[in-house]
Design a protein around this ligand. Structure first.
Ligand code: ZN
Length: 281
C-alpha cells in the first residue's frame, strides 16, 4: 500500500494498481456490503476494510490523498489506526492553498434499528459521543471525543479492534477473520483480554469511535456537527452516511472561518486542505 499526495479538491481515492489503476473514490455512493468491516465497490471492483485508514486520514486532517493498493484488502497492521498515523506523521502533511469545504449539519439525521441508534446533529467542530453494551467481559462503556482538539493520535488511533474467542471458530467457518490473531486484535476470553494489557481501560469503545470516524469519512467531506451512537456498528454508520447524503435539506457545504481555527489553537488553519507527502506502507 502506498499513499500519494493529491491535488486540492480530489478527496480520498483508492487505486488498484493490480487492476490497471482502477479508481474507487471513498464516498457513500461506493459502499458495498457491510458486516464485520466496511467495503467499497465500483463496477464490480472491491476494496475491503477501509475504516481504519480512513479514520486515520480524517483524524489527521488529511483531505486529499490517493491510496494505492495491489490487492483488495487494506493491511490490518496491529488492529488500530496508530501505524497509519505514525507513517503519515513521519513524512509530513502539506497544507494546500484552498479552503476546506465541510458538510455542515443543519438538522438532525437519525437511524434506529431495534436498540441500535445513531444520529447526527448540528454543532460546531466534530464531536462524537459513543456508548456500547457488549456481553461480558466488556459490558457498558461510553466516551466522547472532540476532533477539533487534535487528540485523535493519542486518544483514539491506538485503540485496537477486538473479538471474542468464543466466536472465533464460527467466524473462521464463514471465511471471515482469516488473517486475525493476537498480533492484530484484542482476543477476549471470559475474564478479559487474553493477549496482554489493554492500551486504555475503555479501549473497546474508543475503537468504536475510531471505526465511526472512518465510516463517516464516506460522506466525502469533513463533517461539522455532533454524532451520537449507541450500540452501533459499520452497518449503522454507513446507513447514517446514506441517509445524510440523500437528505439534501439536512446539510450544506460550508467554509469555516480561519479566525475560528486559529482561536482554537491549531498549528495550521484547519480551514485549509491537507495532503500527505509520498509514503509506502
Ligand atoms: Zn475497526
Amino acid at each position: 500500500m502506498r499513499l500519494l499526495p493529491a491535488p486540492a479538491g480530489s478527496g480520498i481515492v483508492f487505486r488498484r494498481t493490480d487492476l490497471d489503476d482502477f479508481e474507487i473514490p471513498a464516498t457513500g455512493r461506493n459502499v458495498a456490503k457491510v458486516s464485520y468491516a466496511t467495503s467499497l465497490m465500483r463496477q464490480g471492483v472491491l476494496i475491503s476494510t477501509t475504516e481504519h485508514l480512513l479514520s486515520a486520514l480524517i483524524g489527521m486532517g488529511i483531505d486529499n490523498v490517493i491510496v494505492e493498493l495491489d490487492n483488495l484488502e487494506l493491511p490490518i497492521l496491529d488492529g488500530s489506526a496508530l501505524p497509519y498515523v505514525e507513517t503519515c506523521q513521519s513524512v509530513g502533511i502539506k497544507t494546500q492553498r484552498r479552503r476546506r469545504e465541510y458538510i455542515r449539519v443543519l438538522k438532525p439525521v437519525e437511524v434506529r434499528e431495534g436498540n441500535k441508534f445513531i444520529g447526527l446533529y448540528p454543532g460546531s467542530g466534530y464531536r462524537i459521543e459513543y456508548a456500547i453494551d457488549f456481553p461480558a467481559p466488556i459490558g457498558v462503556q461510553s466516551t466522547s471525543v472532540d476532533l477539533a482538539t487534535e487528540t485523535y493520535g493519542s486518544e483514539i488511533a491506538p485503540a485496537r479492534t477486538f473479538g471474542y474467542k468464543a466466536d472465533e471458530q464460527r467466524l473462521r467457518d464463514m471465511g471471515l477473520i482469516r488473517g486475525a490473531g493476537p498480533a492484530n486484535a484484542i482476543i477476549l476470553g471470559p475474564r478479559g483480554p487474553e493477549n496482554g494489557p489493554l492500551r486504555f481501560s475503555d479501549e473497546y469503545v474508543r475503537h468504536k469511535v475510531l471505526d465511526l470516524i472512518g465510516d463517516l469519512a464516506l460522506a466525502g467531506r469533513r463533517i461539522e456537527g455532533r454524532v451520537v451512537a449507541e450500540r452501533a456498528g459499520h452497518a449503522m454508520h454507513t446507513a447514517l452516511v446514506s441517509r445524510l447524503l440523500k437528505d439534501r435539506s439536512a446539510w450544506e457545504l460550508a467554509h469555516i472561518a480561519v479566525e475560528n481555527a486559529e482561536a482554537a489553537g491549531h498549528e495550521f488553519p484547519s480551514a485549509s486542505l491537507h495532503t500527505p507527502l509520498l509514503q509506502g506502507v
